[in-house]
Design a protein around this ligand. Structure first.
Ligand code: PLP
Length: 376
């Protein structure tokens, strides 16, 4: 039996999402831009999903733009905001632990002359609103800060930071990559004081290849893809109706149970940590108050990749704890003070509320066996 503990990488689509996609492909195959009835029906279906996603963020449908995924949403938020400010504001402030889709985009912005300030954690390994506020000035066009770090589960102080920055610099746009928070902790656009929020369908049991960008009413974002002017001209390209419907169905399913699933995930995390505490050489890299859905550990100096494949041989799937893309270390663990062998042996276990005690027990047992049997 497969034990899938890599839900921060991607999730299994829920049946409701699959059914919604099949239904859309079967019945609503028109182009939402077409003027005939088939087009209108497809448009009504995308609008239904748009409404569900908008409601989940506490906003209106008019503020949701569909994209191909959070990578594109993050690119659009950063490049589109910078372009909207033109030459007037040439500085971007970010956290130092952003996902590659933000970080690589920031590097691209630097290469065209933008100043990018990456705010680091303090010595205690934590991020503080005051440090972001200090990094911002009148020349800053954008502040970007993820909600939950995808490698460690660290929960960023988004609300405090955005509120403090907005109070002093109302013109600075605030963007949060909420991919690992969405449907796990409440994400409310107004409460976060966010102008822009990136979401991904495949991290919430929807489908791959679909994402969304929330853009607060009145906030200007210039398109990075030009064409038929779909999505209010901000993201051209025929809407991926089946994937949008799958995204909407997943949100509709999971939105009402965020709090109870979070509680269950906390119980599961506590139980896993308890099991791991009995294994020699295992250390926990995730903060105690991090997202219960992501648990990053180091496995007794055994190289992540070797251990990952050992677990795979037992049909257990986890991630290498410091990989953002195949085999490449992202450096995020280093920022949290986890370096050398501890970083090289990091594993990321990412669960859902449906993960079972038996699965965690089987994982812990296999990890124990792996530590005893594999060569570093
Ligand atoms: N942001 C974070 C925090 C992520 O974890 C991911 C996925 O790995 C992304 C962005 C990219 O999302 P997508 O796969 O939808 O492009």
């Amino acid at each position: 039996m497969t034990i899938y503990l890599d839900n921060a990488a991607t999730t299994k689509p829920c049946q409701e999402a699959v059914d919604a996609a099949v239904r859309a492909m079967t019945l609503y195959y028109g182009n939402p831009s077409s003027l005939h009835r088939a087009g209108l029906e497809a448009q009504l279906e995308t609008d239904k999903a748009r409404k569900i996603i908008a409601k989940s963020l506490g906003t209106d449908s008019g503020n949701i733009i569909f994209t191909s995924g959070a990578t594109e949403s993050n690119n659009l938020a950063i490049r589109g905001t910078a372009a909207a400010y033109g030459k007037r504001k040439r500085k971007i402030v970010a956290s130092a632990i952003e996902h590659a889709s933000v970080d690589e985009t920031l590097l691209a912005m630097e290469s065209i002359g933008f100043e990018v300030v990456r705010v680091a954690a303090r010595e205690d390994g934590r991020y503080y609103a005051a440090d972001f506020l200090q990094a911002c000035d009148e020349n800053t066009c954008l502040l970007t800060m993820m909600s939950v770090n995808n490698e460690t589960g660290y929960i960023m102080p988004v609300k405090e930071t955005f509120s403090a920055v907005k109070r002093r610099f109302p013109d600075i746009r605030t963007h949060s990559d909420c991919v690992q928070a969405y449907m796990k902790i409440p994400v409310n656009a107004a409460a976060l004081n966010a102008d822009l929020i990136s979401l991904s369908g495949h991290k919430i049991h929807g489908a791959k290849g679909i994402g969304a960008l929330y853009i607060k009413k009145g906030v200007r974002v210039l398109p990075i893809v030009s064409g038929g002017k779909q999505e209010k001209g901000i993201r051209s390209g025929t809407e991926a109706v089946p994937l949008i419907c799958a995204f909407g169905a997943a949100v509709e399913k999971f939105m009402p149970t965020i709090a109870e699933r979070y509680k269950r995930a906390e119980e599961l995390k506590a139980s896993l940590l308890e099991k791991l505490s009995g294994i020699d050489g295992v250390t926990v890299n995730s903060p105690g108050d991090g997202s219960p859905y992501i648990i990053n550990i180091s496995a007794a100096g055994k190289r992540s990749e070797i251990m990952l494949h050992y677990l795979e041989s037992r049909d257990i799937y986890v991630s290498s704890g410091s990989a953002c893309s195949k085999g490449q270390q992202s450096g995020v663990l280093g920022i949290f003070g986890i370096t050398g062998k501890a970083a090289d042996s990091a594993l990321r276990i990412s669960i859902t509320a449906e993960t079972t005690e038996d699965e965690l027990e089987a994982f812990a047992q296999s990890l124990r066996d792996g530590i005893a049997n594999v060569r570093g």
